[in-house]
Design a protein around this ligand. Structure first.
Ligand SMILES: Cc1cc2nc3c(=O)[nH]c(=O)nc-3n(C[C@H](O)[C@H](O)[C@H](O)COP(=O)(O)OP(=O)(O)OC[C@H]3O[C@@H](n4cnc5c(N)ncnc54)[C@H](O)[C@@H]3O)c2cc1C
Length: 290
């Protein structure tokens, strides 16, 4: 059986591992938009301050794929699905045929719809390439705004301010203030938000709802969650705004198509964590070969 997995992160890789440990006779192919070997997405913020190969950033090396005869295709974006011919079209115009398909495309972060949001040096943080871009700009960015409520922003703010950057952390999460090393060049904004991003082609200042304006050379948003379902749009696979609809075995309404991880919609089984994506990947892998 030809098994195609789209996505090379927690859910996709865990499913592939489960498939090959259950039955080695299947041809397993993983196609991923990621250009590098699978990495711990929750360590992306650490990678801003270290080389990728340090601190156990990658969670599978090439040996895993070679040993298990899993074909890993990196830098390939799946753009459409033909359920009748059972094949996926890639952004290089190539096609991948399958008997069973697992969609493990995760989620993306969507930036808020405010004036100036498309200016250069405004980033969300979701992928390796986001971090690479931010890293390129860090040395020439003196004033950095971080926006969001996630815990990783706390470390990022501390790290950047200890490098001498002027850092503003805009958050509604009071807890981020706890245990953070206070410094003169780190400021918290708790009861305000950005209403406009000012600059020619690149961000030069931000305007807050309160009317205050601050210089800014780099802006990093945690962003809103949005499942990566564009591949399935227009196909007969059932979707909701929140992602792909699956049953308890991660099977969609089409019995040869499965989904797992952050891309899945169901409120009851999705809490969008690394652990949950692993769990769903294992479930999907098993259901695919049964
Ligand atoms: C900055 C950050 C910090 C986080 N911190 C934590 C934490 O502390 N604890 C925790 O539990 N969780 C954390 N998370 C969430 C956790 O990383 C996710 O829940 C988990 O990565 C979901 O795994 P996944 O396999 O479903 O999808 P993802 O990890 O999103 O991977 C999706 C994969 O699909 C690929 N892909 C997407 N679209 C396509 C396409 N069209 N064609 C081909 N390939 C495609 C991507 O390249 C990627 O390989 C964090 C996430 C981020 C971004």
């Amino acid at each position: 059986m030809n098994i195609l997995i789209i996505g090379s992160s927690a859910a996709g890789i865990e499913a592939a591992g489960m498939i090959v440990s259950a039955d080695k006779s299947h041809n397993v192919t993983i196609a991923s938009e990621d250009s590098v070997l699978p990495y711990y997405r929750f360590k992306l913020a650490d990678f801003l301050f270290s080389k990728a190969c340090e601190n156990g950033f990658y969670f599978k090396d090439q040996t895993f794929f070679d040993k298990n005869k899993i074909k890993l295709l990196l830098g390939k974006k799946a753009i459409s699905l033909d359920t009748r011919r059972k094949r996926v079209k890639l952004d290089d115009n190539g096609y991948l045929d399958f008997d069973r398909l697992l969609v493990a495309t995760g989620a993306n972060c969507v930036l808020p719809d405010i004036k100036g949001i498309n200016k250069k040096n405004v980033y969300g943080l979701r992928s390796f390439s986001d971090v690479e871009e931010i890293k390129k700009n860090l040395p020439v960015s003196d004033t950095i705004f971080l926006v969001g409520n996630e815990a990783y922003l706390q470390d990022m703010a501390s790290n950047l301010s200890s490098q001498g950057k002027e850092v503003f952390l805009i958050t509604q999460n009071n807890e981020l203030l706890n245990n953070i090393k206070q410094s003169d060049n780190l400021r918290f904004v708790l009861d305000d938000e950005i209403s406009e991003i000012i600059g020619e082609s690149q961000v030069q200042a931000v305007k807050l709802k309160s009317g205050k304006v601050f210089a800014c050379s780099l802006l990093i948003y945690n962003g809103n969650f949005s499942p990566n379902i564009s591949l399935l749009k227009g196909s007969p696979v059932d979707l909701s705004d929140n992602g792909v609809i699956v049953d308890e075995n991660m099977r969609t309404n089409l019995d040869f198509i499965f989904a797992a991880g952050d891309v899945v919609a169901n409120e009851t089984i999705s809490n969008r964590t690394w652990e949950n994506a692993l769990k769903q990947g294992r479930k999907a892998g098993l259901a695919i070969v049964l």
